[in-house]
Design a protein. Structure first.
Length: 750
């Protein structure tokens, strides 16, 4: 009887598990891997410090010019020449860095120059936490996977001579120095210098450490290094550099250089599988070894792949969708996948991490230390998505920002691996902190946070590195174009708008903590941007401190990558309505809804809207502020999704900006969008699915789940009901949403 009961229990569990959906199957890592999307199909786990990525950005002398001159990323789907797997990488960024610690299998005679061993590849495939291809030149099948701080590769070699190489000379970083040492017959250790993201301060370089273990004992092993000799040239060793390699076999000592690597060579009597495990740390070689042992240790390749897939299913399962096409589901879950890559952890298994500015070793006490804060981008959609779906992660990120403030004296602007790059404009950390707090995530030191955002907001005698031109901004109510022409700021109009959004956010934070004086001060500062509104042209224009407009003025001049006085990565159209917190007043400045509708139609229909960049990312939702025009939000969002976000390698509008565009897609497909920073509310539009169920984290939110339903087959909304009550507007408050709202969109008849 006991056996029968156990059998039935086992059968029931088996049946139940068969109904559990494998959401990782809807992840297509190739989406965004061309068209400047800058994503890649490499293996990674959620928030992973390590990603094992096929490096196909052809280097000089490889014999084939790459299709794209933009080398900010290790992989582009249109490139065809493979030169290894890099282990520290960035996803969806617009400047080069990392792309280092490159592992390459070859067969035949050992060749150590990239142009000598690079190869085309075929049979490429990828899924969440897994990548594979076949190297045409060598007949080697490759498979890779990852944990948070380590990578694993499995190479299927044919019989004969084979090599496994670690190339420390190749990377996307501007730096090239490194060190490598043979530890034993199956292990090497070392480090690679990286840094200078977006060609920043060359003194900000830093090391990334690694330990590599191979499960086969090599017949031959060693280190290669570029050889230099004097040749009689005095005082100019660069002139004497002859570019030849020297091979140091059995080099059980540290070897340093700008172009070096290590190899293990074999002579297989039959086809053989080789597993290579690599642990990484930004603190030390010892920590890299500990990360490897704790996260992979004796696990084999299948176990690591299975664990990676399970981790992805766990985070993706926060949102369940029903209905919609298979492509819709793939676009949705891949977008959610991309939103879970950056920011990523930087602390080791033991809690160690490099402290900002000094890089001495710190230790996290609670949660994780995060890095890669591309905040000019991510404050608009990514961090609001994390606040809603993954609040514990978002709190860790805010606490990481406050720790950066403690360590460096400033909140981050564009922080990368404990270095501040000062890339882009504005004061975005203040926006993220305020938005997080106003939505009810307050488990951080609110007074320290207020102190930090206030420090960012005022001039200091030595110069404010976060807000250049802030003194002139306060004095005039805007950043005068004079300051830009003196090359002290980039884009006076854009910078004014970014400071205004930050000041609005600070004002709302001050109000929430009961500081009436600062609330009033920063509210007035936020509204200062209105002085740049030209009533004749109805554009926000660059203006001198004396009140005169800068001439000549062409609102269509300038775009994403063109220099344009007044604007950053855009033109006057793309910044025309960026003050999301003040849309009702902008409507009045335009002269009413009909006039602003004309401008929006001009922007969308005449090709001025740029879905590939952030300044106008919320424009489709402006119609929700205009009674009788809300249907245009539904039409615009649907059109933009179908045109720009598809199940194809070019299926992101442009640079993903560390998940910002993907987060826009997730929100827009769910039918809710946080259109105004530091306003705890969402604009509503037609969801892509018949039903969406969001499982809420009840450690932070009152409700158990959010249910979003679409009833009817058309794409236009007839009425919206929240918890059975008909909505009067096309917005919903954050507090109502996380209390466990049921939203029903009743669609119009066809």
């Amino acid at each position: 009887m006991k056996k029968i009961i156990l059998f039935h229990i086992s059968l029931c569990l088996s049946i139940l598990s068969s109904f559990a959906q494998d959401l990782s199957e809807y992840v297509n890592p190739f989406i965004g891997s061309t068209n400047y999307g800058a994503t890649n199909p490499g293996a990674i786990v959620p928030r992973g410090m390590v990603s094992v990525v096929p490096f196909n950005t052809a280097g000089e002398g490889t014999g084939k010019e790459k299709d794209s001159d933009w080398v900010s990323f290790p992989y582009d789907h249109t490139n065809t020449l493979f030169s290894g797997f890099s282990h520290v990488n960035l996803s969806g960024v617009g400047c080069p860095d990392l792309g280092a610690i490159i592992l390459m299998p070859t067969t035949g005679e050992l060749k150590v120059e990239t142009e000598e061993y690079a190869t085309t590849y075929s049979q490429e495939d990828a899924s969440a936490g897994y990548y594979t291809n076949v190297l045409d030149r060598y007949g080697v099948k490759t498979e890779v996977s990852a944990t948070q701080r380590a990578g694993i590769s499995r190479f299927h070699f044919p019989a004969g001579e084979a090599n496994i190489m670690m190339n420390l000379g190749q990377a996307l970083s501007n730096e090239s120095g490194g060190m490598v040492k043979m530890v034993n017959e199956q292990e090497i250790e070392g480090m690679r210098m990286v840094g200078t993201f977006c060609y920043n301060d060359p003194t900000s370089i830093y090391p990334v450490y690694f330990v590599m273990k191979v499960d086969q004992t090599a017949e031959r092993k060693g280190i290669w290094q570029k050889h230099r000799k004097n040749n009689g040239v005095e005082g100019n060793w660069m002139a004497a550099y002859n570019g030849q390699n020297r091979i140091l076999e059995d080099a059980y000592f540290p070897v340093l250089g700008d172009s070096l690597g290590a190899f293990f060579s074999y002579d297989f009597a039959e086809p053989t599988q080789v597993e290579v495990k690599i642990g990484v740390s930004y603190v030390s070689i010892e920590n890299a070894r500990e990360n490897l042992e704790k996260e992979i240790g004796e696990k084999n390749f299948e176990q690591v792949v299975g664990n990676a897939k399970a981790q992805w299913n766990e985070v993706l399962s926060n949102v369940a969708v029903e209905g919609g096409s298979e492509d819709d589901k793939t676009v949705f879950y891949t977008s959610l996948y991309h939103s879970m890559i950056h920011p990523n952890i930087i602390n080791d298994e033991n809690g160690d991490y490099p402290v900002s500015k000094t890089r001495k070793t710190g230790k996290v006490e609670n949660g994780d230390r995060y890095t890669v804060f591309s905040l000019w981008d991510t404050y608009r959609s990514l961090h609001p998505l994390l606040t809603l779906l993954y609040p514990e992660q978002q709190l860790d990120m805010v606490n990481s920002m406050l720790a950066i403030y403690d360590e460096s004296g400033w909140l981050p602007k564009w922080e990368l691996n404990s270095t501040e790059t000062f890339t882009m404009v504005g004061d975005p950390a203040s926006i993220v902190i305020a938005d997080t707090y106003l939505k009810g995530l307050d488990k951080f030191d609110e007074q320290k946070a207020f102190e930090a955002i206030l420090k960012n907001a005022y001039p200091i005698e030595s110069g404010n590195p976060v807000r250049p031109g802030v003194a002139e901004y306060i004095e005039n109510g805007y950043v005068p174009v004079d300051v830009e022409l003196d090359e002290k700021v980039w884009g006076s109009v854009s910078t004014t708008l970014e400071y205004a959004v930050a000041d609005w956010s600070i004002s709302q934070y001050a109000k929430a903590i009961g500081n009436k004086e600062k609330h009033k001060e920063f509210l007035e500062r936020a509204y200062g941007y209105r002085k740049l509104f030209d009533k004749n042209s109805k554009f926000l224009r660059p203006k001198y401190a004396n009140g005169k407009w800068h001439e000549p003025f062409d609102p269509a001049h300038g775009a994403n990558f063109q220099h344009n006085i007044g604007y950053v990565e855009g033109n006057a159209y793309q910044y025309n309505l960026m003050a999301q917190f003040d849309i009702p007043q902008l409507i009045k400045l335009f002269g009413g809804t009909k006039e602003i509708d004309k401008r929006l139609e001009m922007i969308f229909e005449e090709g001025h809207y740029d879905m590939a960049n952030e300044p106008d990312i919320a424009y489709p939702y402006i119609y929700n502020y205009m009674k009788g025009y809300e249907y245009k939000t539904q039409e615009r969002v649907l059109k933009l999704r179908e045109e720009h976000f598809t199940n194809q390698p070019d299926g992101i509008a442009g640079n993903d900006d560390t998940g910002t565009m993907s987060a826009w897609t997730v929100f827009s497909m769910m039918g809710i969008y946080p259109d105004a920073p530091a306003v705890p509310r969402y604009a509503l539009t037609t969801p892509a699915f018949d039903q969406i169920t969001i499982t809420l984290d009840q450690n932070h939110w009152k409700g158990e789940k959010i249910t979003i339903k679409k009833e009817g087959n058309s794409n236009l909304i007839d009425a919206i009901y929240v918890n059975g009550k008909k909505q009067k507007s096309f917005f919903i408050n954050h507090s109502d949403l996380v209390d466990g709202a049921e939203i029903i969109f009743k669609m119009k008849n066809q």
